[in-house]
Ligand binder design. Structure first.
Ligand code: GUN
Length: 632
């Protein structure tokens, strides 16, 4: 997969198939080869990237089977783009069994020229017992192994029922095979009953155990209500039969839910039916025509939601969209809460900062992955700075507006930790300008944090809420020096602040008091502080870290061939990455080193540490300065 854009686990990526490239996230509409009321050609203008059809239906229908074998699947369907085929698993689940075995079904899919063939996995329902679910996932794995040496793209579904550990196990097993595509299976009953919170457990546990280099598909996840959530958790593709199924029941799909034709008064303007019919005219259509027309409306709703999600990914604002979606149905709210309980996992894949502000809505926002990342830092900060602490509540210190001499005087005249209140939690005051502390748009519904928690962290030292005390005397420390060191510790790891910035550095400050560039005593540029409150390192700055910070921290190790180019300032491609520090945060500066740990360049990682190791196509590190370019 080639990643074009990302926003946490969500990504816009390109996936190659024999009949063309699929740009994810997308939906593959289900095409019934017996009934093609709306052809794939007609769906193209909506943004169709590919379709899915059922090879089992073709296999057991003699006319379809003969035509498919003779002319090929693409001719049968009348579509020259990517076609995925399912295997009959769902039919096997509904009817108890089917008359073909796994090998026969896969062989057939390959013979008719399917772009993505699916094994006959064993469907597990939410009601399946643990031991049955375990047996089914092992059988599914064995069936994948039966066809493991086949060429082409084979989809290896993840099963495991509602058991998070079994989902992980199934995903790990599937990941070890040659499957190049992973649907998450057995979830249709959960979608039908709006049990989105159980789905959250299933998706996250499956996703993190699968290679990031393979597309993940949510089998049967065809209603747009849950698209944004799924994409946020790393799902790339969906299939949808719901556009037809709902239409048959006179139900219209909207991005946030479903409405009965009998109960609507007007069509939305985006509907393809808007210019053609009044609601009454649709109701008066004969049954067959009516359901085809409603299916068109439903398809539009589905693709419209995909387009919206892509836009949110481009603007790095999917998290806000998901927070907004959570309010559209109580089951989604419950799922949101569940999803936020995985913040410590989601956080690993979140970018260092985003183009969009951090939105504080209400107490739910305090469980956001960025808050979890900051809380973790604050805990380490306090345990390595055990001293008396002043807690500034929201009125005493407003992040981003703290250049007031007054607070500076307090800070600089006492040698205490200073914690500021932010989004219902507390963070070191030195991070006041660092994303998302300053870049927050708040509803104002946050409450002051529970500072008593700090007591345990710094015991036996004291925590006092600052009440306006004044301090006399000479400054005992520099706010700006502590600030740049704390930001560097937060950005690059504890201890890096002191490696990078000695006591005698020169800190350039703008007219408004904001820190810009940091230079060494002899005038060499070390780093610049950006508007998001993080540093961009120069090669010199990187070399200061490199000589003091042990391997593998901050390292992206590249092959010898690549090192030569990176030293000249060219970007690092994934295919040349030999290894990378797992703790690298996407969009953070990294040290590009050769296999002997020689520093060749400094640049910005496009993805997280784990992804650096897994992707194979595209740019891994955008180099901003190579060894050969740096002033000697
Ligand atoms: N369609 C909906 N769910 C499933 C599943 O679990 N496996 C397969 N193969 N197809 C599906």
């Amino acid at each position: 997969m080639e990643i074009k854009e990302r926003d946490g686990l969500a990504r816009i990526a390109k996936f190659e198939t024999p009949h063309g490239t699929i740009e994810t996230p997308t939906v593959l509409p289900v095409i019934n080869p017996n009934i093609m009321d709306i052809t794939p050609q007609e769906m193209k203008p909506l943004g169709l990237q590919g379709i899915i059809t059922n090879s089992y239906i073709i296999l057991r229908t003699p006319q379809l089977r003969d035509r498919a074998l003779k002319e090929g699947l693409h001719s049968l369907i009348g579509y020259d783009g990517p076609i995925m085929t399912d295997s009959g698993t769902f039919q096997s689940y509904v009817y108890g069994s089917i008359e073909f075995n796994n090998r026969e079904v896969v062989d057939f899919q390959k013979r008719i020229g399917s772009d993505i063939s699916t094994i006959l996995d064993v469907f597990t329902t939410p009601g399946t017992s643990r031991s049955e679910a375990e047996k089914a996932l092992i059988e599914t794995y064995n069936r994948m192994m039966e066809v493991n040496d086949e060429t082409g793209i084979i989809a290896g579904p993840v099963q495991g029922g509602i058991y998070p550990d079994l989902r992980r196990r199934s995903a790990e097993l599937m990941n070890s095979t040659n499957a190049r595509y992973h649907p998450i299976g057995g979830v249709v009953p959960l979608l039908e009953t709006y049990d989105y919170s159980t789905l959250v457990d299933i998706i996250i546990n499956s996703k993190i155990s699968l290679s990031f280099n393979r597309p993940v598909h949510l089998f049967g996840g065809g209603h747009p209500m849950f698209f944004a959530f799924s994409v946020y958790m790393g799902v790339d593709l969906f299939d949808s039969a719901s556009y037809v199924k709902y239409a048959k029941d006179d139900r219209l799909i909207y991005p946030d839910g479903t409405r009965d034709l009998a109960r609507i008064t007007e069509l939305p303007q985006w509907s393809p039916l808007y210019d053609k019919y009044t609601v009454k005219e649709i109701r008066d259509l004969d049954r067959e025509k009516r359901s085809v027309e409603i299916a068109r409306h439903n398809l539009k709703a589905i693709f419209m939601e995909i387009a919206e999600i892509k836009e949110r990914i481009y603007e790095e604002g999917l998290a806000q969209y998901v927070a907004q979606k959570a309010r559209s149905h109580p089951s989604l709210m419950k799922a949101y809460w569940r999803m936020m309980s995985y913040s410590n996992i989601l956080e690993k894949y979140e970018d260092l900062s985003k183009k969009t502000a951090y939105f504080f809505y209400d107490s739910f926002s305090t469980r956001n992955p960025y808050v979890s990342r900051l809380n973790r830092f604050t805990e380490s900060f306090l345990s390595s700075n055990r001293k008396d602490t002043y807690a500034f509540n929201a009125r005493a210190w407003v992040p981003g507006y703290t250049n007031s001499e007054f607070v500076r005087d307090v800070y600089q005249r006492i040698d205490c930790n200073a914690l500021i209140s932010w989004s219902g939690t507390f963070v070191p005051a030195e991070l006041e300008n660092t994303y998302p502390v300053e870049q927050t748009v708040s509803s104002g519904f946050e409450t002051d944090p529970d500072f008593s928690r700090v007591k345990d962290m710094i015991s036996p030292f004291r925590v006092d809420v600052y009440k306006g005390e004044k301090f006399e005397g000479e400054p005992v420390r520099s706010f700006n020096l502590n600030k740049i060191r704390t930001v560097a510790d937060y950005q690059f790891g504890f201890g890096v602040g002191k490696m990078l910035f000695r006591d005698d550095v020169k800190i350039n400050v703008s007219k408004t008091g904001r820190i810009r560039g940091i230079l060494s005593k002899d005038g060499r540029q070390i780093a610049t502080l950006r508007n998001d409150g993080f540093f961009t390192l120069t090669y010199y700055g990187a070399s200061l870290i490199h000589s003091q910070l042990k391997r593998p921290s901050m390292r992206v190790i590249v092959s010898r061939d690549s090192a030569e180019y990176n030293a000249k300032g060219y970007s690092v491609f994934f295919k040349f990455v030999v290894d990378a520090d797992e703790n690298i945060v996407a969009k953070n500066d990294v040290l590009v080193v050769d296999e002997d740990d020689g520093l060749v360049a400094v640049g910005k990682a496009t993805v997280s540490g784990r992804e650096l190791k897994e992707y194979t196509e595209g740019i891994a590190v955008k180099v901003h300065e190579g060894r050969d370019q740096s002033e000697k």
